[in-house]
Design a protein around this ligand. Structure first.
Ligand SMILES: C[S@@+](CC[C@H](N)C(=O)[O-])C[C@H]1O[C@@H](n2cnc3c(N)ncnc32)[C@H](O)[C@@H]1O
Length: 208
């Protein structure tokens, strides 16, 4: 169903879009609006998982999309990051988690977003949460790490559920290679809706 609909980048009000655009982060506004639309399509009873939240920019777009689904109750967004325990100085700065919390509070998203300070693969291996309707991966972009995240999480994604990976076009990262050499050859995925060339989306086949 997700593949048939055009991506609605006008889902959120102009005022909300202006607020979201001020949150520091590493996705473009178009990608954020695309993520919001994907999040709005996640069925009740499922959830959204984000790997790599940083200062909360993509998290807030996902959560606002979940709140604009037209349903009475928004699906939950689980935001996973190493924050202060990340092995990269840029990401280990305590100011990142503080900024994440500020953004979630400013937009009143505390009831929708659950933050998890942990390694993504460890959380995926032990996942006992709801089935996943949207998994957004924007963490360590090396080929090995992307494959590690994929193997830890893919079995939790529902049939018809979405997998979105950021930085899929930049050849300096291993994201594209992971998609082309490992993920698509499994036969489990159809190409998903186009948002930008850098945000790859796939839909889990119901009958692989
Ligand atoms: C590119 S940033 C995420 C940007 C964010 N999505 C945004 O909208 O601005 C990558 C984040 O992934 C986190 N990260 C990297 N490897 C991780 C892992 N194995 N488990 C959890 N988080 C990880 C880093 O700490 C960092 O905050």
């Amino acid at each position: 169903m997700v593949q048939e609909a055009a991506v609605d980048l006008a889902l959120l009000s102009p005022v909300l879009c202006r607020m979201l655009a001020t949150i520091p982060g590493e996705i473009s506004e178009r990608e954020g609006l695309g993520l919001a639309w994907l999040a709005s399509r996640v069925p009740a009873g499922q959830c959204i998982v984000e790997i790599g939240s940083y200062r909360g920019r993509s998290t807030c777009y996902l959560a606002e999309g979940a709140l604009h689904s037209g349903r009475d109750e928004a699906v939950q967004v689980f935001a996973i990051d190493l924050w202060g325990e990340a092995p990269w100085p840029q990401y280990a700065d305590p100011a990142n988690y503080e900024a994440f919390c500020r953004a979630i509070c400013a937009l009143r998203l505390r009831d929708v977003v659950t933050s998890m300070l942990a390694d993504s693969c460890a959380v995926g291996a032990a996942w006992a949460g709801p089935p996943i309707g949207l998994l957004f991966v924007d963490a360590d972009h090396t080929f090995e790490a992307v494959i590690g995240d994929y193997h830890a999480w893919e079995r939790h994604i529902s049939p018809g559920g979405l997998l979105a990976l950021h930085d899929a076009a930049d050849p300096q990262w291993g994201v594209r290679r992971a998609i082309d050499d490992v993920i698509m050859p499994t036969g489990l995925w159809d190409p998903g809706p186009f948002i930008t060339g850098d945000l790859a989306t796939m839909v889990r086949r119901a009958d692989p």
